[in-house]
Design a binder for this molecule. Structure first.
Ligand code: HEM
Length: 464
């Protein structure tokens, strides 16, 4: 066997490493693609003093995520990650290092947060989706129609209630002040974790960020108190340990009794992690609406599909309509492709190799899925927004193997089925009832599925 070679890459400067090479790009991933043209599809880069490796093609990405998934099960040790999770990022499902506890947490979550098409849970997702639509439409009807208005809070609230109803059998009135505040804090956090900060790699900048870090801890603490007082306390008092769990919250509480490795903190953090998923979906819906506004023909086609399957609005669209509404589904996939949400960086948990190159324990590995989503080698006319690319001639959905918006392997996204269910229902229902446009433009952010908590406004016009 040949001995491993070192990974090529730019020579780091003192203190900042090669961070200056990321400047001037809208997302670091654009910089990674540019650097891959110089150093090759795998290159090393120091960010601050942290050694990183970037993998830029599908073959290498599969090697990291699938073939050697067990060698790359860690996550970076950023201070911000600790602040979000009660001082310890290992409380978080997405930001923890791999462990047997993580395996347990993922397996409890999978039944509920990754329901199969034919399962009872899928029926529940569908029912919850439909039940929440009345109050969503009531909220939209209260917005000033024909004028620019903030649609995001209503979209986030319907997603939040779909999640709390599905996972905790609880939903909240839209005018509940505490609920509004918590939905906002979740959204602030979602925007926050989607930002790259120099301080992640340059910890000596921390004193400058003291106020910011305090703010993050405050949001997370308030969310946790809300979950405890408004969700968990009630569940505990009505839980029957001899029956089947009513929902994800029951399953977590029952697990606490059975598994000595689980503690009370784990339960709260796991629930918080999953409830927080609603912000990702709300933001994805907003980014999809931005695309729809820019491409009115896309809106028309979605409206045609939804009108046809619902007999011209005789009922709401539901998950079992998905097969008959491939263009709507393809629009969400095209939004995921063009938004290109980053894959959370992985970290080598032991000394290992990628493609014959030595990669030492502790190295941060960036997966350049921006290149997979936008590269000319992978797509025809990648810069165009074309949902049709996901449609087969016979009207089915086709996803190329290199399209991995939710990643793949050991740490793949657990929420992807819920994303595909709830974003579909919310988008289809909104367009079933409203034509949408924007007076002041719609700003989205490349390499990111998040839009800022206070984002672009939309004009809603009732269709009938
Ligand atoms: C727009 C929507 C979403 C996108 C694009 C997305 C994408 C991703 C990606 C790329 C990862 C990283 C996988 C890796 O490191 O290899 C991830 C991890 C994860 N996602 Fe999602 N996600 C979305 C929504 C959700 C939702 C709604 C939930 C929960 C209900 C969720 C739960 C998780 C969890 C728990 C992880 C961590 C898994 C682990 O590290 O073991 N995600 N997601």
């Amino acid at each position: 066997k040949k001995s491993p070679t070192t990974v090529p890459g730019p020579k780091p400067w003192p203190l900042i490493g090669s961070m200056h090479l990321l400047a001037g790009y809208e997302t670091p991933f654009q910089a990674f693609t540019a650097l891959s043209k110089i150093y090759g599809d795998i290159f090393s880069i120091h960010l601050g003093s942290a050694p990183c490796v970037v993998v830029n093609n599908f073959k290498l990405i599969k090697e990291v995520l699938i073939a050697k998934g067990a060698d790359f099960g860690g996550r970076p040790d950023f201070t911000r990650f600790h602040k979000l999770f009660g001082g310890d990022r290992n409380n978080s499902l997405a930001l923890c290092d791999w462990s047997s506890l993580q395996k347990t947490r993922r397996s409890i979550a999978r039944t509920y947060c990754s329901p199969r098409f034919t399962s009872l849970q899928y029926d529940r997702v569908n029912n919850v989706g439909e039940e929440e639509l009345d109050s969503f439409l009531a909220e939209l009807s209260r917005l000033p129609h024909g004028q620019s208005c903030d649609v995001k809070p209503a979209v986030l609230k319907v997603c939040a209630n779909m999640f709390t109803q599905y996972m905790c059998s609880t939903s909240f009135p839209y005018d509940d002040q505490d609920f509004q505040k918590i939905v906002r804090y979740f959204d602030e956090i979602f925007w926050e974790i989607n930002q790259g900060y120099a301080v992640d790699f340059l910890p000596w900048l921390l004193p400058v960020y003291t106020g910011h870090m305090k703010k993050i801890s405050h949001w997370a603490t308030e969310i946790r108190q809300f979950i405890l007082s408004r969700i968990i306390d009630k569940h505990r008092s009505t839980l029957d340990y001899n029956s089947q769990p009513r929902d994800f919250t029951d399953a977590l509480l029952m697990h606490l009794e059975e598994d000595p490795n689980m503690n009370w903190q784990h339960i709260i953090f796991e629930l918080e992690d999953f409830l927080g998923g609603h912000s990702a979906i709300g933001n994805l819906v907003m980014v999809t609406l931005a695309a729809v506004v820019k491409h009115p023909e896309v809106a028309k086609r979605i409206q045609n599909e939804v009108d046809t399957v619902t007999n011209n609005g005789a009922r709401y669209p539901n998950l079992f309509d998905k097969a008959a509404m491939p263009y709507t589904e393809a629009t969400i996939l095209e939004t995921l492709r063009t938004a290109s949400s980053p894959i959370v960086p992985h970290v080598a948990s032991r000394d290992t190799e990628i493609d014959g190159h030595q990669v030492n324990k502790g190295t941060i590995v960036f997966i350049n899925n921006y290149e997979l989503n936008q590269g000319k080698d992978y797509w025809e006319e990648p810069a165009l927004f074309k949902p049709e690319r996901f449609l087969t001639a016979s009207g089915g959905i086709i996803k190329p193997a290199h399209f991995i918006p939710f990643s793949t392997g050991k740490r793949t996204c657990i929420g992807q089925r819920l994303v595909q269910c709830f974003s579909f229902v919310v988008l289809a229902t909104l367009l079933q009832h409203y034509d949408i446009r924007a007076k002041d433009g719609v700003k989205v952010h490349p390499g990111c599925v998040a839009v800022p908590p206070d984002c672009f406004k939309l004009v809603l016009t009732p269709r009938k």
